[in-house]
Every structure is written in structure tokens, then in C-alpha cells.
Design a protein around this ligand. Structure first.
Ligand code: WT7
Length: 567
């Protein structure tokens, strides 16, 4: 059994200082996430403990001890430094879930550079806007993904180095290309860790908003304090845990908890670089005796669809604690997991900007299926009136979620976009942009987003980004992108398009446009459907009203259309 301390106990006299003390950090001292995740664990006598177990599609398995993690991250840090990379330079990690991604991120942090992980399925336009905005100096990637970077490199004057982790020595290297092969090069024992402080930038994650280009969310090394504590208290990671966070480090869950939380607590983390299949997932849990499993509602719904019989084929008794994040976890999924695994998935709520878990079903707390749980100790939360931004006191009332700024992992700004960052605050509260209610026992119930961002399978898609890609096609005159309902992904992307004169909206046209945008976007952002329409609903000032199109897709009341353009 676990040594769970109740939520109420944890709330009493809560202070982030206790976590600082546990990590032997004192205000003003050096704090470096890369060091905390490897050297410190070795110094605690766990150098030989397995840090990472990795497996790929072909069943190839690799294990890294904490000492291996220390040495390989040193090697990456040393290599980058010799290349001329300095502290605060942006280094992008553009890889599948291979060990080099996990090691690379920590290596970047060790020399004080800023790690910019980008999802390896991104197309060249999605990549370009993010590398351009961050003025990225170097990209670490695999040979299979290098062509996407080569294609845009000449438009990125700041991008000096393309670092390939698995280069075939028989092939020539292009300009600016270098090889960092951890399998063949000697590992470095001594690396001078850059003396980052609490406020030194660490990770830059790009997230999608409704308008404008994706925003770079800037995190700092002090984020470790919340990431460490929430990993221990919410994910309930203990020393002997075998921890599997299914998220890709291209997204924040995959870094905050898939890399930092697991390693900083000295647990053994598992990574599976395989697409989804119920059999493969259960086999992985059985084989590695996974004890703590952090996943997402879409995956859970897919497991539900695969059925309870598949579960019975595997021995999953190692599982001790389950948690979920990314989108609403429907009550059916909680009830189902309790039935088939004997353990309920504990919903957690947070976002790229918050850096760590904010609202959660604390281990040992009574779970109300469908509720996100209660604020993590040290997080002051409320729901606010949508007009006055005053906290609502009446239980059950729907308002905007608000957090009192100041927890350690909170973003520090949007990269080169301070104005948008400032806009996230109202009346002294940080607004994550979601609506919720709070019941009379203090549990939060998610209602929906307060903007047009689409959450498909736990991944945020900006309608603006998809619309921009569509508009680049010569046939497209106007476009509006909204969500439509889906059993598994909850929401999927749908595009409405008007065509330029001379073009006809039919299946062939749809296919041509789909192929055109596929190269630019990530598969996650791809519309499931394009509907051709003669015109789009607009406000009198000419703004496209996605709300109207969305309401139709969801079979909802259209609401106030008084600002609709006259025909
Ligand atoms: C948005 C953040 C950090 C998690 C990965 C996604 C939605 C997140 C929940 C939940 C309902 C949720 C919100 C949030 N979301 N968790 N438990 N229940 N909705 O990070 O890409 O920054 O997305 O995902 O809308 O704002 P992200």
C-alpha cells in the first residue's frame, strides 16, 4: 500500500519551502533541472538504478541507469557547448520518443540553454513559425526528420546547426550539419553545469491560441519545485515505482512529467515509442510491471473501445495508481477503469502555461467521476464572474477558472509576446481560458474552453493555424475551422471553405486541398472533413463567426445572431 497522506493534511501549513528544503535548494542558489534529474540522483547513491527503460515498435529495448543518464546528458551538453551554443540560446529537440530526446532535453538544460521541444510529426510550416519565433540556434533531430528542417533552413537566418543523432556515415552531410551519435562517441564524465538560477529560462513550449501564431510559453528552472512536488503527491511516485507517462515530450505533459517529474524523483521511467494499440499498451505494462500510469482520456476511451476482454489477456496487477490529463475525463471512463483495472483514473487539470498540475483528484481523495478534483495545495483557485472577474461564491455557478499567480512552475511570459501574456490576467487572477463550476464540496467540474481552440484527443489545435494553411491554396477563398463531435477524440477538426471563382467543391477538390495542407500541418491538426459552402457566417464588421458553424456541428442552439451580416 502507498504511504498516502490525505489532502486535508497536505493543505495544513502548506508551503513550497518544504519542497525546496527536500531538494536542498535555498533562495538565490543555483538550480539546474538537468543536474537535479541526473547528477543529484547519482549523488544520492542511486547511480546504478534504472532511470529509463525504452522500447520501440520493433521490440528493441534499451535501459539507461542514472549514471548513464548523467554521462549522456553531460555528453550532449559538452557537444553543444563545443559547437558554440551558449546559455539562453534556443535548442530545438525534434525527435520521436527516442532516448536521445529525453537525454537531449536535459543536456540542453545543463548548459543553461533553452530546450524547445517540437512534436516530430509537425509539417514544415508548423515548424517554421515556431523556429522563426524562437530564433532557434540549433535543432537536434533524427535523419528521417532532417529533410523537413533542410527545407526551411534558408528562411531561418538564426538556425546555424542541424544536429543529427543517427547519421549514416556513408552519406554526406549538408552545410551546418553535424553528428551527435551517443552510440558511437565516448561519454563525458565531467561537465561544468551552467549555474542557472530560479528565474533562468528552461523550456520553451509552443501552444495554440484562437488568433495569431502559436505562442512560446517560457518556463524557468524554478518550475522544478512544483513539478517535483506534484509528481510525488499527485502522481504518488515513490522510490520503487515503474512509471509510464504516455505523453510525447513535444507537449508539456511529456516534459513536465515524462522527463522532469520522473527523473527528479529518482523513479524508473518507461517510454514506448509505438503508436496506439490496446494489446501493445497492456503488453508493455505487463512486461515492465508498470506501477504508475499517467495517460489521457482519448487513450482511455480507445482502450474502452477495444473492450474488457483484451484486458483479461494480460497480467496488469502491478498497476498501483492511474492518472489522466489533457481533456475532460468522462465519468464512464473512470467507472470503466475501476471495473477493469480495479483502479480509477485520477483526473488532473493543468495546461502548458501552468507548467504543473493545478486541479486534481488527490490520491486517497473521494473521486467524483467526471470532476477534475480540487486545487493542489498551494494553488489558490476560484471561478470568476465572466464580466466582473470577481470570484463566484455560490456553488454550482459556472465561471472562468482563475488562479492566483505565483506558483513555481507558472510560465514567465509568452516569448516575444508580453502583451498577450499580460492579457491572461484579470483582476489579479491568471485566466487559463477554461470554464468550470465548483460544487458544495469544493470539487471542480469542467464545462468547456472559453475560446475557439479545438482540443482533439488532448491536443490543442488553433483554428487560425489550419485556416492559414488552407488559405495558402489557390482554390480557397475563405475558411473557418471548428470542432465537431467524435466518440474517441471528443472533438475533431472540421473546415468550412468557400472557393475562388472557377473551382468546384467536390471530393477531388477536397483531396487536393487535404494533400496540400498535410505537408504544412501536423496530422493532429488535419481536418477530418472539408465542407464547401457558398459563404461563411460573419459579423457586421466582417469577422467570421465560427460559433455559428460549431453550434450546428454539435446540434446546439445557435444563440445570439444579432450581429450577423445581412445577406
Ligand atoms: C487545455 C490545456 C497539460 C495537459 C496537456 C494539455 C484542457 C487539460 C483537462 C482536464 C478538461 C482539460 C483545458 C486546458 N484540459 N486537462 N483534466 N479536463 N480539460 O496542455 O495543450 O496546454 O492544453 O487542455 O482546456 O486549458 P495544453
Amino acid at each position: 500500500m502507498s504511504n498516502i497522506i490525505s489532502y486535508e493534511e497536505r493543505l495544513k501549513n502548506f508551503s513550497w519551502k518544504a519542497a525546496e528544503e527536500e531538494l536542498e535548494y535555498k533562495e538565490g542558489n543555483v538550480i539546474n533541472i538537468g543536474w537535479y534529474c541526473s547528477d543529484r540522483i547519482c549523488n544520492m547513491g542511486k547511480a546504478d538504478k534504472t532511470a529509463l527503460i525504452w522500447e520501440n515498435m520493433a521490440g528493441v529495448e534499451r535501459k539507461y541507469s542514472y549514471n548513464d543518464l548523467r554521462l549522456t546528458t553531460n555528453t550532449v551538453g559538452n557537444f553543444l557547448r563545443e559547437l558554440g551554443i551558449k546559455n539562453e540560446d534556443r535548442v530545438c529537440l525534434f525527435m520521436d520518443k527516442i532516448p536521445e530526446l529525453y537525454i537531449g532535453l536535459l543536456g540542453v538544460l545543463k548548459i543553461g540553454a533553452i530546450a524547445q521541444p517540437l512534436f516530430s510529426a509537425f509539417g514544415d510550416e508548423s515548424l517554421f513559425v515556431r523556429l522563426d519565433n524562437a530564433e532557434t540556434t540549433a535543432v537536434i533531430t533524427q535523419k528521417k526528420h532532417a529533410p523537413k528542417i533542410r527545407k526551411i533552413m534558408n528562411r531561418l537566418p538564426n538556425l546555424k546547426h542541424l544536429i543529427i543523432v543517427d547519421h549514416d556515415p556513408a552519406k554526406p552531410l549538408g552545410p551546418g550539419e553535424v553528428v551527435l551519435d551517443l552510440h558511437t562517441m565516448p561519454w563525458v564524465d565531467e561537465l561544468e553545469i551552467f549555474p542557472t538560477k530560479a528565474e533562468s529560462p528552461s523550456v520553451l513550449h509552443y501552444t495554440s491560441g484562437t488568433t495569431g501564431q502559436p505562442k512560446g510559453v517560457k518556463h524557468v528552472h524554478y518550475s522544478l519545485i512544483s513539478q517535483y512536488l506534484t509528481t510525488k503527491w499527485v502522481l504518488d511516485i515513490q522510490d520503487d515505482d515503474i512509471y509510464w507517462c504516455t505523453a510525447d515530450p513535444g507537449w508539456v505533459t511529456g516534459t513536465s512529467y515524462g522527463i522532469i517529474g520522473g527523473f527528479a524523483t529518482g523513479a524508473t521511467s518507461c517510454v514506448m515509442d509505438v503508436g496506439f494499440s490496446a494489446d501493445a499498451w497492456y503488453k508493455f505494462i505487463e512486461k515492465h510491471k508498470v506501477t504508475m500510469w499517467y495517460s489521457a482520456p482519448t487513450a482511455i476511451r480507445s482502450l474502452m473501445k477495444a473492450g474488457a476482454d483484451v484486458v483479461k489477456k494480460y497480467k496488469l496487477t502491478s498497476l498501483r495508481h492511474l492518472a489522466s490529463v489533457g481533456e475532460p475525463l468522462n465519468s464512464e471512463a473512470v467507472v470503466w477503469s475501476e471495473k477493469v483495472f480495479g483502479k480509477a483514473f485520477h483526473d488532473t487539470y493543468w495546461q502548458t502555461e501552468t507548467g504543473s498540475i493545478m486541479i486534481c483528484n488527490f490520491p486517497g481523495m473521494k473521486i467524483k467521476p467526471g470532476s477534475m478534483g480540487k486545487p493542489f495545495p498551494g494553488i489558490e483557485a476560484c471561478v470568476l464572474d465572466t464580466e466582473t472577474f470577481e470570484p463566484l461564491t455560490e456553488s454550482g455557478k459556472i465561471g472562468l477558472i482563475g488562479f492566483k499567480p505565483g506558483w513555481p512552475a507558472m510560465m514567465r511570459t509568452y516569448w516575444r509576446n508580453e502583451a498577450t501574456y499580460q492579457n491572461k490576467f484579470k483582476n489579479g487572477w491568471y485566466l487559463p481560458g477554461d470554464r468550470s463550476s465548483i460544487d458544495n464540496e469544493g470539487y471542480y467540474w469542467f464545462v468547456g474552453r472559453d475560446d475557439d481552440v479545438i482540443n482533439t484527443g488532448g491536443h490543442l489545435v488553433s483554428p487560425f493555424e489550419v485556416e492559414s494553411a488552407l488559405l495558402e491554396n489557390e482554390m480557397v477563398a475563405e475558411s473557418a475551422v471548428v470542432s465537431k463531435p467524435d466518440d474517441i477524440n471528443m472533438e475533431v477538426v472540421k473546415a468550412f471553405v468557400t472557393l475562388n471563382p472557377g473551382f468546384e467543391g467536390n471530393k477531388d477538390t477536397e483531396l487536393i486541398i487535404m494533400n496540400f495542407i498535410r505537408k504544412k500541418l501536423s496530422p493532429l491538426a488535419m481536418p477530418q472533413e472539408i465542407e464547401f459552402v457558398p459563404n461563411l457566417p460573419k459579423t457586421r464588421s466582417g469577422k467570421i463567426m465560427r460559433r455559428i458553424l460549431k453550434a450546428k456541428e454539435w446540434g446546439e442552439e445557435i444563440g445570439d445572431t444579432s450581429t450577423l451580416e445581412d445577406d
